[in-house]
Design a protein around this ligand. Structure first.
Ligand code: ST9
Ligand code: ZN
Ligand code: ZN
Length: 325
């Protein structure tokens, strides 16, 4: 176990979602429960990654329009995770209008990473029980487990036990979330597979073969791995300018690949900040997007930490690597 017990429980009292780190939780003594491999997931993930590697070989044969389309699908599905499941639904760091929530729900289905309800519940457990048995992708179990391994085995019983006690009434009350959950499979088929594949074929005559392997399979696999890097790399490598007592780090590579989600030491220190960073738009396409939505009045009430609060925290618990800009 890392030095989690000394994590300072400084939080905004009015915070509604339960991402306050639970300092009272203790992992059970004695032997750990056996690891139960889910072979179906191992086979599917192996096939997916093999197909994605093949898709990489096909990139030179794709038309320029298809490559633009692949990039657009990457950004839209990534926003479904970052601006949607993560900053809106897991952390309630801003408010989203109905049209924006509908867009983000479709974008989220394009990313095919479990429905918003399940994703957000797992993510709230991740923050509240970070780096313990109750964390779904506990980084103490190593890079492989926190990256992909946790999706290949049964969950630790504490994840489910603690997850069941979480406050998630806001998710249940959100009709968009529950609608997406109800129609998750058809929405994934449409958004993650049919749309990315048929648009290039129908509109500019790309071969279905290339359209399946590049904007569909390769793009999906890239978004998955960019997301998983936040759980693995950004919990292992990088500085801790805001809180040196926790594992999550500031990781530039992850920030770049995960469109602004690699400022992970900041994010675990101030999870309710809609920008997940003190540097605004810098390397943070997701924050640009949310600001644009606020400008268009499709989003409102973005929550931010004051500069004074950031500086005070840097002085109190940072690792002295903080840079102002
Ligand atoms: C995927 C998710 O990839 C990725 C999430 C990453 C999160 C990253 C966060 C980082 C920060 C944000 C940065 C974003 C950056 C984005 C960049 C983009 C460029 N609480 O699940 P079961 C219950 S998914 C409460 O079967 P098993 C559950 O309701 C990829 N309850 O557990 C059920 O109850 P009931 C595609 C919980 O059997 C029961 O437990 N998908 C909780 O252990 C059993 O649930 C896949 O690969 C909870 N937390 O199986 C499939 N959890 O029976 C993945 C569960 O009453 N999933 N419960 O209904 C699976 O196959 C399985 O879940 C399993 C575990 C095998 C992993
Ligand atoms: Zn984390
Ligand atoms: Zn988070």
């Amino acid at each position: 176990m890392p030095d989690m017990d000394i994590k300072p429980a400084v939080w905004r009292p009015e915070q509604s979602v339960e991402d306050v780190f639970d300092t009272t939780y203790k992992e059970k003594e004695g032997p750990k429960p056996p690891v139960v491999i889910v072979w179906r997931n191992v086979v599917l993930m192996t096939l997916l990654h093999t197909a994605a590697l093949y898709g990489l070989l096909l990139v030179p044969s794709a038309s320029v329009l298809t490559l633009f389309w692949t990039f657009a699908c990457f950004v839209v599905s990534a926003l479904g995770i970052t601006a949607g499941a993560h900053r809106l639904w897991s952390h309630r760091s801003y408010k989203g209008s109905l049209p924006l929530r509908i867009f983000l729900a479709f974008a989220n289905s394009m990313a095919f990473q479990n429905d918003i309800y399940e994703w957000s519940r797992d993510h709230r457990v991740h923050h509240k029980y970070s780096e313990t048995d109750a964390d779904p992708h506990n980084a103490v179990r190593g890079f492989f487990f926190s990256h992909i391994g946790w999706l290949l085995v049964r969950k630790h019983p504490d994840v489910i036990e603690k997850g069941r006690k979480l406050e998630i009434s806001d998710l249940k009350a959100d009709k968009v979330v529950m609608f997406q959950r109800r129609y998750y499979k058809p929405s994934v088929l449409l958004m993650c597979f049919f749309l990315p594949m048929f648009v290039p074929w129908f509109l500019w005559g790309e071969s279905l073969w290339v359209a399946y392997f590049v904007p569909t399979v390769l793009r999906y696999t890239l978004v998955l791995n960019s997301t998983w890097l936040v759980n693995s790399a950004a919990h292992m490598w990088g500085n801790r300018p805001y809180d040196s007592t926790i594992n999550p780090r500031e990781n530039r590579f992850v920030t770049f690949s995960a469109i602004g989600e690699g400022f992970h030491n900041y994010h675990h220190t101030f999870p309710f900040d809609y920008a997940t960073s003190e540097y605004g738009w810098k390397l943070n396409l997701t924050t640009c997007f949310i600001d644009l939505m606020c400008f268009l009045r499709l989003a409102s009430d973005p929550k931010r930490v004051s500069r004074d609060a950031v500086n005070a925290r840097v002085q109190r618990t940072g690792d002295a690597s903080h840079r102002s800009g």
